[in-house]
Design a protein around this ligand. Structure first.
Ligand SMILES: [Zn+2]
Length: 243
């Protein structure tokens, strides 16, 4: 049995993701459940997703603005209003010290109990979730949780110049794995997840009914892995105790 913080013991959650739409594919149903409980959820998107989309008539600068708007609209579908962007270039992300500092800054500002992030590891069974930007964002986010955000001597300028005191995140949830050990039943919030993903129209607009069908296939497999009855849908995570 995985040891997971009780949601009633959690006040604030920060999701650090590489691109607009990552949090919605991986965790929108779970996020909706958290905000329903009154937990404050903040999104931090490392890139603007400006290398995504299928419309050649849209410039990359326009695409960045569009995708920020889409992410804000998607966030609203699941009760999230605090959406932040770091503006790193899409498709060229690396887990640099600058990125670790920029994520550690937001951790110290938000002071989350739990941080949601992509896996820093490559999954050889399913290549799509292992996009290099996802791995870089996951690696930098986990390093920002431990040790950077909690060590007052790491990036001392955050304290000296910005007054941001050290903060210890108690728990990390990695979307999808690498070795998923916790599933959240989101059957009753499936429609909100679909709505959130449809808000990313530049990415999902061409999918039509294929979008909910694809999601049902993934989420049913997660539910089956958790031993839930047929017809249930679940999002999967690996929990890391970082207290
Ligand atoms: Zn992505």
């Amino acid at each position: 049995m995985t040891n997971v913080l009780d949601d009633t013991d959690v006040q604030r959650i920060l999701a650090v993701m590489a691109h607009p739409d990552d949090v919605d594919f991986g965790a929108a149903g779970t996020v909706a459940g958290w905000t329903d409980l009154g937990i404050e959820v903040t999104y931090l998107m490392v890139t603007d997703g400006d290398a995504g989309g299928f419309d050649d008539a849209v410039t990359r600068t326009e695409m960045a603005a569009l995708r920020r708007d889409e992410q804000r609209a998607a966030a609203k579908c699941v009760g999230v209003s605090d959406v932040r962007f770091l503006g790193y270039p899409d498709g060229r992300l690396e887990a640099t010290l600058d990125l670790r500092r920029d994520i550690a800054r937001v951790i110290r500002q938000v002071r989350p109990d739990r941080v949601l992030m992509p896996s820093p590891e490559r999954d050889y069974r399913r290549i799509y979730p292992s996009h290099p930007d996802h791995r870089a964002a996951g690696s930098a986010a986990l390093d920002a949780v431990y040790p950077d955000a909690r060590n007052p001597y790491a990036f001392p300028e955050l304290l000296a110049d910005e007054g941001l005191a050290a903060w210890t995140v108690r728990e990390v949830w990695i979307t999808g794995g690498p070795a998923a050990d916790h599933r959240v039943d989101i059957t009753d919030r499936f429609d909100r997840k679909v709505n959130a993903l449809r808000a990313h129209a530049s990415q999902t607009g061409h999918m039509g009914d294929g979008l909910p069908e694809m999601l049902r296939t993934w989420l049913s497999a997660n539910a089956a892995a958790a031993g839930l009855p047929a017809g249930r849908l679940a999002e999967a995570f690996q929990i890391v105790d970082t207290a």
